[in-house]
Design a protein around this ligand. Structure first.
Ligand SMILES: CC(C)(COP(=O)(O)OP(=O)(O)OC[C@H]1O[C@@H](n2cnc3c(N)ncnc32)[C@H](O)[C@@H]1OP(=O)(O)O)[C@@H](O)C(=O)NCCC(=O)NCCS
Length: 184
C-alpha cells in the first residue's frame, strides 16, 4: 500500500469508476444492479453524494484508480439524517492488498468528522466473504439479513446488513445538524 494514495474522486475518474463498478455489476453479487451504468451516470451519482458533503474517494496507484468508496444517505427521509450507507468496489486485480481497508477507513474517518452516528452496509450475497470480512475487520457488527431478496445470475441472493456506530452512536443527542434530507 505504500505507493497507493487515497484522494477525493473527480469528474476525470468517471470512466475508471464505471469500469470497476461495471465489472462487479456483470460478474458479482455485491451490487444488485444488472446493467453497468455509463460513466456519465457514475458522475451524476458522485455529484449527488458530494452535494451532501459526504466523501467519495478513490485509491490511486501510479496514476491508475484501483478502487473507490463512498458514503451516501441511507434513506431520504429526514430522520435518517445521522445515518449513511457505505459502498466500496475494488478492481478485481487489486483485491486482497489492503486497498479496501484503506479506502473504507478513510470514508469512516470523514463520516465521523461530519457527525454521523451510524454507518450501514447492505452487503449483496451472504457468501460475500470479502465484503463481510472487510466490514467486520473495521468494526461493523451483524445487524440482520434479508433472505433471498435478490435474483441475479440465475439464483436467489441474500443481503447481509452490518452496522457501525460513530461518535458514540445513540449515547446522546447529536449537536451537529446531520444531513440535509428532505426526501419522502
Ligand atoms: C470487498 C472488497 C471491497 C474488499 O476490498 P479488498 O481491498 O479486497 O480488501 P482488503 O485487502 O483491504 O482486506 C481488508 C480486510 O477485509 C477482510 N477480507 C478481505 N477479503 C476477504 C476475503 N475474501 N475473505 C475474508 N475476509 C476478507 C480481511 O479481514 C482483511 O483484513 P486483513 O487486511 O487483515 O487481511 C473487494 O474485495 C471488492 O471490491 N469486492 C467485490 C465488490 C463488493 O462486493 N463490494 C462490496 C459491496 S457490499
Amino acid at each position: 500500500m505504500s505507493a497507493t494514495s487515497i484522494r477525493a474522486a473527480t469528474s476525470a475518474d468517471a470512466e475508471a469508476l464505471a469500469a470497476i463498478y461495471g465489472h462487479h455489476v456483470l460478474h458479482g453479487f455485491g451490487t444488485f444492479e444488472e446493467v453497468p451504468p455509463a460513466a456519465a451516470e457514475m458522475e451524476s451519482r458522485r455529484l449527488a453524494v458530494i452535494a451532501y458533503g459526504l466523501p467519495y474517494l478513490v485509491a490511486e496507484e501510479a496514476g491508475r484508480v484501483l478502487g473507490y468508496a463512498y458514503a451516501a444517505p441511507f434513506r431520504a427521509r429526514a430522520a435518517y439524517r445521522y445515518t449513511v450507507e457505505d459502498s466500496i468496489y475494488i478492481a478485481p486485480d487489486a483485491q486482497g492488498r489492503g486497498v479496501g481497508r484503506a479506502l473504507l477507513t478513510a470514508v469512516l474517518e470523514r463520516c465521523e468528522h461530519l457527525g454521523m452516528r451510524q454507518v450501514v452496509a447492505v452487503i449483496g450475497d451472504s457468501a460475500n466473504a470479502g465484503s463481510i470480512g472487510l466490514h467486520r475487520a473495521l468494526g461493523f457488527e451483524p445487524a440482520g439479513a434479508g433472505k433471498a431478496v435478490g435474483f441475479k445470475h440465475g439464483r436467489w441472493v441474500d443481503i447481509v446488513w452490518m452496522q457501525k456506530a460513530l461518535n458514540g452512536g445513540d449515547a446522546d443527542v447529536p449537536a451537529a445538524d446531520g444531513l440535509a434530507l428532505s426526501g419522502h
